[in-house]
Design a protein around this ligand. Structure first.
Ligand code: PMP
Length: 429
């Protein structure tokens, strides 16, 4: 496969951009080789600067749930562009998207739009602190909530693959208010609450973590957190930046029937434009400025182009019958095929799967948390990644990420991926 244009672009990019990329995991450090520079994307495919074509299993890290360049989103963006790119003033579309979000995610009674998942989680924790008058919060090892200072402590995603979960530049003063619990371990949460009685403002978690590879909550874990929060006056925040509008209309909270106080959202709600949001109970959200004392603002927040893309996406997901069944069926077929190949090859690698998200771990352990995720053979994953790429399948370039499927995957794509997976495993083992 010729990737000479990507190679020379990457060499040049490094002169002007740190590491040649605007987000670390894109540099392929965890899997070796040069990153591909992408020229365009359409449906289930990405095209690089050397005109190689790849089947997409990242989908912009989640947002492109309908595949790339979907006509509904494209038309909404083009139409919005005709009326200007930013006003810095309220628009009717903002009410429409906020109302739709509250309908699709019933725990969200009011919502504030921001520009990224990072902004959403930073703002949600500030709000929980302002609301409760407490300083500390609990997060879980291997969960990623963006790059806000107080979250860069045992964080997942690129923060694991870059080998720097505790980033320089995060002060001890900041870090001391972030309490670390173990995912799927209620006792670790109880101990922290006990040791910091009446000081914990919030518990924030990915209800279904995708940033240490995909991990599922064990029976009773989310319910247990809800109960603890109720007993202790702690704000429960579900970070549904990945899972929101993907696992179901109402996200992981709908799938598991557990209602958080606040929810953070991103990715899909922007239809591929830079958008995040946080929302939840009215009484908490009304603590946000200008109605309440907790300050949070944004020059480009509620941007008209981003709102048009996001609204078109959410309307489609809300109204198109069978879209979640379709995602489910694509996930089941693909994961079923990969599992069949594993057993045919006599491999006991662990797989976690829910709907249109899954991870194949190069480990034989059941992956339930950060500790078990770290038992994966990341060097072998790197070889697997390259073997798949050579066959035209674009996977997340790290063991510690989930795959994201889109409705644009048809039968022929699924069959091709299953076959490529089997050949790749044979090649690397
Ligand atoms: N929360 C979760 C669960 C995420 O997966 C991410 C990004 N992958 C973020 C927050 C941060 O979002 P962003 O990259 O848009 O800042």
């Amino acid at each position: 496969m010729d990737i000479s244009n990507s190679k020379s672009l990457f060499a040049n990019a490094q002169n002007f951009i740190p590491g040649g990329v605007n987000s670390p995991v894109r540099a392929f450090k965890a899997v070796g080789g040069d990153p591909l520079f992408i020229k365009k994307a359409d449906g289930a495919y990405l095209y690089d600067e050397d005109d190689n074509r790849y089947i997409e299993l990242i989908n912009s890290w989640g947002p492109m749930i309908l595949g790339h360049n979907h006509p509904v989103i494209k038309e909404a963006v083009i139409k919005a562009m005709e009326s200007g790119t930013s006003f810095g003033a309220p628009t009717a579309k903002e009410i429409e998207i906020a109302a739709l979000i509250t309908k699709m995610v019933p725990s969200v009674e009011k919502v504030r739009m921001v520009n990224s998942g990072t902004e959403a989680t930073m703002s949600a924790v500030r709000l929980a602190r302002g609301f409760t008058g407490r300083d500390k919060f609990i997060k879980f090892e291997g969960n990623y909530h963006g790059h806000g200072d107080s979250f860069l402590i045992a964080a997942g995603s690129g923060a694991i693959t870059m080998g720097a979960p505790n980033s320089p530049g995060v002060t001890i003063g900041t870090a001391k208010d972030t309490l670390l619990a173990l995912y799927n371990d209620l006792e670790s949460v109880e101990q922290l609450i006990e040791a910091n009685k009446a000081e914990v403002a919030a518990i924030i978690l990915e209800p279904v973590p995708g940033n240490m590879g995909l991990v599922l909550p064990e029976e009773g874990f989310l319910q247990g957190l809800r109960k603890l929060c109720d007993e202790e006056g702690i704000v429960l925040i579900f970070d549904e930046v990945m899972t929101g509008f993907r696992l179901a209309k109402g996200g992981a909270q709908e799938v598991f029937g557990v209602t958080p106080d606040l929810t953070t959202m991103g990715k899909i709600i922007g239809g591929g434009m830079p958008v995040g949001a946080y929302g939840g109970k009215k009484e908490i959200m009304d603590f946000v400025s200008p109605v309440g004392p907790v300050y949070q603002a944004g020059t480009l927040s509620g941007n008209p182009i981003a709102m048009a893309a996001g609204l078109a996406m959410l309307q489609y997901l809300d109204q198109e019958p069978g879209v979640y069944n379709q995602l489910e069926s694509i996930g089941n077929k693909l994961v079923g095929g990969v599992k069949q190949s594993l057993s045919k090859l006599g491999l006991n690698y662990s797989m976690n799967h829910l709907g249109s998200m899954y991870s194949l771990f190069f480990s034989e352990e059941k992956i339930i948390d950060f500790e078990t995720a770290k038992t994966s053979d990341t060097a072998l994953f790197g070889k697997y990644f390259q073997a798949m790429l050579k066959r035209g399948v674009y996977l997340p370039p790290s063991q510690f990420e989930s795959l994201f499927l889109s409705t644009s995957l048809k039968e022929e794509h699924i069959e091709y991926i299953i076959q490529a997976n089997e050949e790749s495993l044979k090649e690397i083992l």
